[in-house]
Design a protein around this ligand. Structure first.
Ligand code: NAD
Length: 320
């Protein structure tokens, strides 16, 4: 019998790229609905199809789902973060977990820089004003990016690209990362509190883990330089949205540019009411080029593992 690959969900119009790679290698592809089912729905589909491989975009692949597939060999994330996969269960059952770590480094870093420029140049603000019938250049309170300090929280792949791009704007760069060697030309590594106190713009680029869950909470927002911008292009769970709304309401924060929300896809009404909130619907990773690369590379990992070859981007230690 053909080995079965289960694609739990997808954030693009169809499953054609995945199908071409999986079926082209002689395997069978079963696809769930494009919008992710709840964890229990995924568990039911896994029980029904008993897949040899699971590919997931946003759907939760729980420990129960993994345990319900006796022949499972790989869980492949169509993305970077692994917070929707029970990696510990996969590891304990010798199932490899893969991601595609670098397919959208340029896109996410562009998004962060884009948010910074949208704020310094008032791009979103003035677009809203003009559409509302107000042509008021004298109201402009814009900023010179080259004279600002930008603090980057988490200094991995995407953060390095953001720093490289921001360096061209000649702003002062700070970084905080407990796991990164503290030497990088033009970047001052410092504590999180010092970074927040000195940065006009703070950018979250760390992953969502137990230690970063609500890392940016009421207390930390209070430590931010007054009138600053918070950018989160990483994971919603790192930032306490209610605390952001309060900081915007009080004027302590000038703006919050959020590609990700704890509550996504639900956007709290109080956040929408804030003129300082710039929100995009978790699309920082997306471009025509990045999506094709992501889908093809994730499916190719599945094919490799089902053929008994080593994956290129294993994320957990398993005995082979
Ligand atoms: P990476 O693993 O290369 O870098 C993450 C960095 O965060 C690492 O250097 C790590 O040491 C650091 N870190 C870990 N815990 C930290 C903490 N407590 N405080 C500060 N830093 C900490 O990952 P990456 O490729 O740069 O991606 C970063 C994150 O971006 C991913 O985990 C993912 O959640 C998110 N992401 C979002 C989108 C999007 O569309 N919005 C797309 C891709 C990735």
């Amino acid at each position: 019998m053909n080995k079965t690959v289960f694609l739990t969900d997808y954030a693009w119009p169809d499953d054609s790229v995945e199908r071409e790679v999986i079926e082209g290698a002689g395997f069978r592809l079963v696809t769930g609905p494009s919008d992710p089912l709840p964890a229990t729905g995924i568990e039911d589909l896994v029980r029904e199809h008993r897949p040899h491989a699971i590919m997931t975009c946003w759907a939760q692949v729980s420990g129960e789902a993994i345990a319900a597939a006796p022949d499972l060999r790989i869980v492949a994330r169509l993305g970077v973060g692994l917070d929707n996969i029970s990696v510990s269960t996969a590891t304990s059952r010798n199932i490899v977990v893969t991601n595609v770590p670098d397919y959208c480094v340029e896109e996410v870093s562009d998004h962060a820089v884009g948010f910074a420029l949208a704020w310094t140049r008032g791009l979103v603000h003035f677009d809203r004003e003009v559409r509302a019938g107000r042509w008021a250049p004298a109201s402009a309170k814009l900023r010179r990016l080259s004279e600002l300090t930008v603090g980057i929280i988490g200094f991995g792949r995407i953060a390095r690209a953001t720093a490289r791009k921001l360096a061209a704007f000649q702003c002062e760069l700070l970084a905080h990362d407990p796991y990164v060697m503290k030497s990088e030309a033009g970047i001052e590594f410092t504590s999180l509190d010092d970074l927040l106190a000195r940065s006009d713009i703070a950018v979250v680029h760390s992953p969502l883990t137990d230690s970063t869950h609500r890392l940016i909470n009421r207390d930390r927002l209070g430590k931010m330089k007054p009138g600053g911008l918070l950018i989160n292009v990483s994971r919603g769970g790192i930032v306490d949205t209610e605390a952001v709304v309060e900081a915007l309401q009080s004027g302590h924060l000038s703006a919050a540019a959020l590609d990700v929300l704890e509550s996504e896809p639900t956007v709290p009404g109080e956040l929408l009411e804030q003129p300082g909130a710039l929100i995009s619907p978790h699309v920082a990773f997306s471009s025509d080029a990045s999506l094709i690369e992501l889908r093809r590379r994730a499916a190719e990992e599945v094919v490799r593992v089902l053929r008994g070859e080593a994956p290129r981007n294993p994320c957990n230690p398993i005995a082979r």
